[in-house]
Design a binder for this molecule. Structure first.
Ligand code: FMN
Length: 189
């Protein structure tokens, strides 16, 4: 697929089939992530691939993370929220959990480590699309907790940046729109 076509036709695909995704394709997606730009060549991205029962790892992390934000996990309302979140990882046959582990170095600016990590996610979304797969970058509040970082073995400065749900598309996305370039650009010539 031509680059501009891939950039413009990539859409978040929230509904995918159960069919497994071949490892060769996942390796291509992961490699695309590793070709993102990064200042000082820190390559701060980390990936965790969850398939089959491996998705239980994300289920447990989501439940633990949500629980950590609750005063009382035993209320009926909270039990329902925990039940709901525990089902989320099974919406796709593969989830790549993306993280950033910043390099400790005086020259390195923490925000830039995360910028590189986010660029890696976009490369992976584009690669998935170019390979005929559907993907969506999911986050949500339980991603942003220490409990989540610990579940994925990250340091104090590290953080999870996304859950990329991947599978063969089982939906046709609605036509997308973006603001025109004119609306978001100032030119000084
Ligand atoms: C940082 C980030 C977090 C996102 N988190 C979610 C999410 O939790 N759930 C979801 O359905 N989509 C999520 N998305 C996808 C956006 O909703 C989606 O990109 C947006 O609606 C534009 O649609 P498109 O990707 O099809 O162009 C996220 C996107 C980004 C960049």
């Amino acid at each position: 697929m031509e680059l501009f076509e891939a950039i413009k036709t990539r859409r978040s695909i929230g509904k995918v089939k159960e069919d497994p995704v071949p490892k060769e394709l996942l390796l291509q997606i992961l490699e695309a992530g590793t070709w993102a730009p990064c200042h000082h060549r820190t390559e701060p991205w980390r990936f965790t691939v969850l398939e089959g029962d491996g998705r239980d790892k994300l289920r447990d992390a989501l439940v633990a993370s949500l629980k950590s934000s609750m005063d009382d996990p035993e209320t009926e309302e909270n039990k329902l929220r925990l039940e709901k979140i525990s089902k989320q990882p099974y919406r796709a046959p593969v989830i790549i959990v993306t993280s950033v582990e910043p390099v400790e170095n005086d020259k390195v600016i923490l925000d830039e480590e995360f910028a590189a990590g986010h660029a890696a996610v976009q490369n992976m979304l584009l690669a998935a699309h170019a390979l005929g797969l559907g993907a969506v970058w999911r986050t949500g509040k339980p991603l942003y907790t220490r409990t989540m970082c610990e579940a994925f073995g990250l340091s104090e400065k590290g953080a999870v940046t996304g859950f990329i749900y991947i599978g063969y598309p089982d939906m046709t996305p609605a036509p997308a729109k973006r603001k025109s370039v004119d609306e978001v650009t100032e030119w000084y010539s």
